[in-house]
Write a protein that binds this ligand. Structure first.
Ligand code: UDP
Ligand code: MG
Length: 318
């Protein structure tokens, strides 16, 4: 008897050179795995021939499914579309670029059979750019101090989720999705598996510095309003400090009489307070911006075409 179905979700954005390779690698891996599998490619508005290549695979293999978006909606949303459409008893998330070794599928399934709801791959940073790895270590250190959910360095989306974990994620319908935080937020039992970092073979990374910066902001802002509170405390502290300055200046003025000071200290004070105010406004603005987008209740994505029966004329805001 077949023990069940494993669905593999692969978000793909301009991965023309990789779709066939990843399909072959997964197919080979499943030769000696008892479970049945399906691969669901999410074509996230690729501008190369990624979609054509996926459709070529579909012609020869019924296990290959695809959802093609009308434009690029981002990896996080592509994962959501996958969750909403796949049928597996367990779901594996993988990148298309072969940076997530297929050899981990077996240990993932072993973890699943042991009863874990999330089996998570944690990579070391071997071969990564030193500046980037220092920056991300610092980032995770900071994020874990600020937000309530636990996000680990080296842990990404590469993982197996049980059906229960996927159903839990589907309850979180926010538009601004910071998956790492969401995976941690749902809880459930977790097993970590270590693996060596693999560098991308074909195509190039879609993470520019500004995209990474925005992703970092999402991580901090999506999970609590502590940054707003930090602004409040900084503001209160500065107010006290300025009161102290005013009182001291008044005392000196009364005691020593008027003494004309240089204009530099004045400019510094203006700049300092201006900076603090703008910073605070920025933080508040970020939250208001998020509320604005969420109240629009727009679908998270639009599907142009798919070979999944339940995806026809579908939109991602169930
Ligand atoms: N991806 C996507 N939409 C995007 C950006 C990336 O679906 O807007 C996919 C991409 O095709 C790949 C995965 O997400 O399968 C990870 O992207 P990438 O390899 O660029 O990220 P990195 O490994 O550099 O973190
Ligand atoms: Mg990659």
């Amino acid at each position: 008897m077949n023990p069940g179905l494993i669905s593999i979700i692969i978000p793909s954005y301009n991965e023309s050179g990789n779709v066939e390779l990843i399909y072959k690698a997964i197919d080979k891996e499943f030769e000696d795995i008892a479970y049945d599998y399906e691969i669901c490619f999410i074509n996230d508005g690729s501008t190369d021939d990624t979609l054509q290549r996926i459709k070529k695979l579909v012609l020869t293999n019924a296990k290959v499914k695809y959802i093609s978006f009308t434009r690029n909606f981002g990896k996080e949303v592509a994962l959501l579309a996958g969750f909403q459409h796949v049928k597996g008893d367990a779901v594996i998330l993988m990148d298309a670029d072969l940076q997530h070794p297929c050899s981990l599928i077996k240990p993932f399934i072993e973890g699943y059979e042991e009863g874990y709801h999330q089996v998570i791959a944690q990579r070391n940073r071997k071969g990564d750019n030193l500046f980037r790895s220092c920056l991300s270590s610092l980032y995770y250190c900071l994020v874990n101090k600020i937000v309530e959910v636990d996000v680990k360095d080296g842990v990404g989306d590469f993982r197996l989720l049980s059906r229960q974990a996927v159903d839990a994620l589907l309850l979180l319908n926010e538009g601004n999705r910071f998956s790492k935080g969401l995976f941690s937020w749902i809880g459930l039992s977790q097993k970590i598996i270590d693996y060596d970092n693999v560098t991308r073979q074909k195509g190039k990374t879609k993470w520019s510095f500004s995209k990474l910066l925005n992703y970092g902001m999402d991580g901090v802002l999506s999970f609590n309003n502590r940054p707003l509170r930090i602004c409040f405390y900084i503001g209160a502290f500065l107010l006290l400090l300025s009161l102290l300055c005013i009182v001291t200046t008044a005392i000196i003025l009364i005691r020593d009489g008027v003494d004309v000071q240089g204009f530099l200290p004045m400019i510094s004070v203006f700049l300092f307070f201006g900076g603090v105010q703008l910073f605070s406004l920025g933080v508040i603005g970020e939250y208001i911006g998020r509320i604005y987008y969420e109240t629009k209740k727009r679908p998270h994505y639009l599907i142009e075409e798919t070979n999944l029966s339940n995806g026809e004329h579908d939109e991602g805001n169930q």
